[in-house]
Write a protein that binds this ligand. Structure first.
Ligand code: SAM
Ligand code: FES
Length: 359
């Protein structure tokens, strides 16, 4: 038995070395890493992931100030607490002034990336959204503007880009069409989501895709497909965190994704896409009080503290028990600085562009 374990360990360590050196593995090798139970192999993978991130980005951890400006959504994603079918969600929309105030406050606190995220709220036509983006661009020319508004048409993405947006986060959610259809209602389309990602990239955005870890029906083969998709799409950012059930969804009684699998995926993504911008997500900090620190130690290099007014924080609930819903933005930033420095890294206030976009 001991011999078998030793052989598995040696094989696992070799696979990690191959991944580090070639940024590629066969499906079988990826599967070995995804199913590996040897703590030493997993720790070695995290260590290699840290070395790679430090080669490209040093010890810096980039800050993104998140403004959750609307929790209205026309979609009904089965996993999401703010889906339109959840009649118990208390809906809100920030005014333009509130959004701009949050951005100003973030700027004064040192944020140089502002992320505007919301449900797919039909209120935000291009006529309403473009002036908001333009105003932030004019007030803070040295800030990156990231949008996370879900699926729109190419012309709309182009108008927002022309108004000054630089980056766009749109998780692909799963690269497997059948799995996608188990997580979304029939009127949502896997092909359209993928088309949106291609449009965003063609327009010139720095693009982020990603998936939840441990979402209902997810298998190891789905995760391999997600990793393959990332390898071919080559996103500048990957947003990936654990699925966490929300009490008012049909997945209320499903299990949350694990910290361990999320960390493992973070390390694999770092090794497959060495220069990717990779957040340690709030969801990871929700399933594990030290989740974001562990994420950084697994290869992540971005954190996204909340800039939304405290009065609405508790309403943007995608999943149960979300952390940081009561803290002021200034407190969030101090807390992140402390957490990051405790694990040997430093929060920096630069824009934190992908290295291929730096001037
Ligand atoms: N509407 C935009 C969109 O569709 O991209 C942005 C908001 S959406 C709520 C942001 C992300 O939250 C989704 O891409 C999804 O991966 C994640 N999310 C939603 N429900 C979640 C849950 N129950 N657990 C963890 N993450 C969740
Ligand atoms: Fe639209 Fe979640 S269903 S943001």
């Amino acid at each position: 038995m001991e011999d078998i374990n030793l052989t598995a360990k040696t094989a696992g360590l070799k696979i990690v070395d191959k991944l580090t050196q070639t940024q590629d593995l066969t499906d079988e090798e990826l599967k070995v890493l995804l199913l590996c139970e040897d703590e030493q192999v997993i720790q070695y993978m995290a260590q290699q992931a840290r070395a790679v991130r430090e080669k490209y980005y040093g010890k810096d951890v980039y800050l993104r100030g998140l403004i959750e400006f609307s929790n209205y959504c026309k979609n009904d994603c089965f996993y999401c607490g703010i889906r339109c079918g959840n009649t118990r969600a208390e809906r809100y929309r920030l005014s333009d002034e509130q959004i701009l105030d949050c951005a100003d406050q973030g700027y004064d606190l040192g944020f140089r990336t502002i992320v505007l995220q919301g449900g797919e709220d039909p209120y935000y036509t291009d006529e309403r959204m473009v002036p908001i983006v333009r105003a932030i661009r004019e007030r803070h020319p040295d800030c990156a503007i990231t949008l996370s508004l879900g699926e729109r048409e190419r012309e709309s993405y182009q108008r927002l880009f022309d108004a000054g947006a630089d980056r766009y986060l749109l998780r692909h959610e799963t690269a497997d069409k059948e799995h996608y259809e188990k997580l979304h209602p029939a009127k949502m389309s896997f092909e359209h989501r993928m088309q949106c990602l291609r449009d965003l990239r063609d327009i010139g955005y720095q693009v982020g895709c990603g998936m939840m870890i441990g979402s209902p029906y997810q298998t190891v083969d789905h995760l391999i497909k997600d990793l393959r998709f990332m390898q071919s799409f080559k996103p500048q950012m990957v947003g990936t965190g654990p699925f966490i059930p929300h009490k008012d969804t049909q997945f209320a009684h499903e299990q949350a994704g694990s910290t361990e699998m999320t960390l493992r995926i973070l390390s694999i993504v770092r090794l497959l896409l060495p220069d990717v911008l990779l957040p340690a997500t709030t969801a990871l900090g929700t399933v594990d009080p030290m989740g974001r620190e562990k994420g950084i130690l697994a290869g992540a290099n971005v954190v996204m503290p909340n800039l939304s007014p405290t009065g609405v924080r508790g309403k943007y609930l995608l999943y149960d028990n979300k952390i940081c819903t009561g803290d002021e933005a200034a407190e969030c930033i101090r807390c992140m600085q402390l957490r990051v420095s405790k694990v040997g890294y430093q929060v920096v206030t630069s824009r934190g562009d992908h290295i291929s976009y730096e001037g």
